[in-house]
Design a protein around this ligand. Structure first.
Ligand SMILES: [Zn+2]
Length: 484
């Protein structure tokens, strides 16, 4: 007779054990009692790290974070989270564990010589290698992007917003606009977007906003991004329809001709681009005329300065946003990249775009300062594009660096804008499932070699990234990758 302990030591497969048991009873002998398997936990325990969980609580030294499947089981002190027997242990002593980072403003789909194919794969892997485990795409073709991302094994979670714009965005004809530098011809902006493979939706006054929302949802979008040529009544109708369906609404600042104050009053959840608050410096009539003339960059360059950022009209919009919890995404790094681009070119006569970039840079930083001072909630979206030379792309890291160096936010406050608050800014599922290291949330984690709360630059010391319980090292993600 084989003893029970022998079974356990040998470790028969349950199939063999069951087979043996059947044979024994079939022979008429005493039924063999099946051995209990020793409890083996399928959990992973990350042990010894300094844990910053993004909830607002102080860092926990020598912490234990338990992960099972794609979820966090427990995160806290060793007393709060005992390591189960048999758990796989990852030694993280002396390192820093933070939630996976969230870039709440990216553009990933570019069909023309861009990231629709291989470049998209490289960009997604590079984002993950930087510790970015969630992104929100603020304009593309949601269905096309999601199907491409779904085929990628190594990618952040991607949530998409549906672009919506008014009639003039689609049908303004090829028009000449008189500027100080002569006549500039512009095609309808929608055409430029459609060439990239993006799919903005047209909304006009006689359409049903609930149908727009249904179309957006069918395309896989989680919310609406109101982009251009929508008046404040249209913004209000679209916002109410989206909210009825439980979907968030964000607006470009400004959604011509609708100012940021009008967008916030319409109940929008957030506004992108601090520099866009230059629209507040024009009257309703002036804004309508500017939309028709299509010369917004020149108009911004004319009024935006470090001083005008503190104009009572800008401040009134920010105060309204603060009172109503409307988020602002400053997108400072994208503007900085534009300025750096023009700095690298020596032109005697600056172009319209250069004037705009320089004005938007100063104005945007001052608006972001004023916003934070007045209590507006900030999300650290970068306006990263998966297109063009890597050095020209805005990054979440660059945005956080600017928030710390220019505003100045503390590294902790900046990190909250890229974790907990970015998740809240995106809303929907991400608000409940990512952004913090808490039991029940996705196991999206970054282990750093250096403390990011001391220096935000330490975000570059990524040792590994975990997304939904699956772990990668930056070297694995970038091996063979030559970013252009
Ligand atoms: Zn953008």
């Amino acid at each position: 007779m084989v003893s029970e302990s022998r079974y356990m030591n040998v470790g028969f497969s349950s199939f063999l054990t069951a087979l043996l048991a059947t044979m024994v009873s079939a022979c008429g002998g005493p039924a063999l009692r099946l051995p209990e398997r020793p409890p083996v936990s399928s959990a992973t325990a990350i042990v010894g790290a300094n844990l910053w969980d993004g909830t607002g609580r102080a860092p926990v030294a020598n912490a234990v974070t338990l992960v099972r499947g794609d979820r966090i089981l427990c995160a806290g002190s060793a007393g709060e989270c005992p390591v189960p027997q048999g758990a796989r242990v990852i030694d993280a002593r002396g390192r820093y564990l933070i939630p996976g980072l969230i870039d709440s403003h990216v553009h990933l789909l570019f069909m023309v010589n861009g990231s629709a194919g291989e470049e998209l794969t490289l960009d997604l892997r590079d984002l993950l290698a930087q510790g970015v485990t969630t992104v929100r795409d603020m304009g593309s073709d949601p269905a096309a992007l999601l199907s491409r991302v779904g085929a990628q094994p190594a990618a952040p979670r991607v949530y998409t917003m549906q672009l919506v714009a008014g009639r003039r965005f689609f049908f303004n004809g090829l028009r000449g606009v008189e500027t100080a530098r002569g006549t500039i011809y512009r095609q309808p902006p929608a055409l430029t977007m459609q060439r990239l493979g993006w799919r903005p939706i047209l909304f006009t006054a006689d359409e049903d906003p609930d149908q727009i929302v249904a179309d957006a949802r069918d395309a896989g979008a989680m919310g609406l991004k109101l982009y251009a040529h929508l008046d404040s009544l249209a913004v209000t109708r679209l916002t109410e329809a989206a909210h009825r369906a439980g979907m968030p609404v964000w607006g470009h600042a400004w959604v011509q001709p609708t100012s940021v104050l009008e967008q916030a009053r319409a109940g929008q959840d957030g506004v992108v681009h601090a520099a866009g608050l230059a629209g507040e410096l024009y009257s309703v009539e002036e804004r309508s005329k500017l939309v028709n003339d299509g010369d917004l960059q020149t108009a911004t360059a004319k009024v935006a300065s470090a001083g005008s950022a503190h104009d009572p009209r800008v401040v009134a919009a920010l105060d309204y946003m603060a009172r109503n919890g409307t988020f602002l995404e400053p997108t400072l790094d994208a503007v900085r990249h534009s300025v750096a681009y023009f700095d690298s070119r020596l032109r005697r006569v600056p172009s319209e775009q250069e004037d705009y970039a320089r004005a938007a840079s100063q104005f945007g930083i001052e608006v972001a300062r004023e916003a934070i001072r007045r209590g507006v909630r900030i999300s650290a979206g970068s306006d990263h594009v998966a297109f063009g030379p890597a050095r020209d792309r805005a990054t979440l890291f660059g945005e956080l660096q600017l928030l710390v160096d220019s505003i100045p936010l503390s590294p902790t406050a900046a990190l909250l804008a890229a974790t907990r608050d970015a998740a809240l800014a995106i809303g929907g599922e991400p608000a409940r499932q990512v952004g913090t290291i808490q039991a029940g949330r996705y196991a999206d984690l970054v282990l750093l070699g250096k403390n990011p709360l001391e220096r935000i630059e330490n975000l570059e010391s990524v040792e590994w990234v975990m997304r939904g319980g699956r772990l990668w090292r930056p070297g694995q993600l970038r091996s063979g990758i030559a970013m252009r």
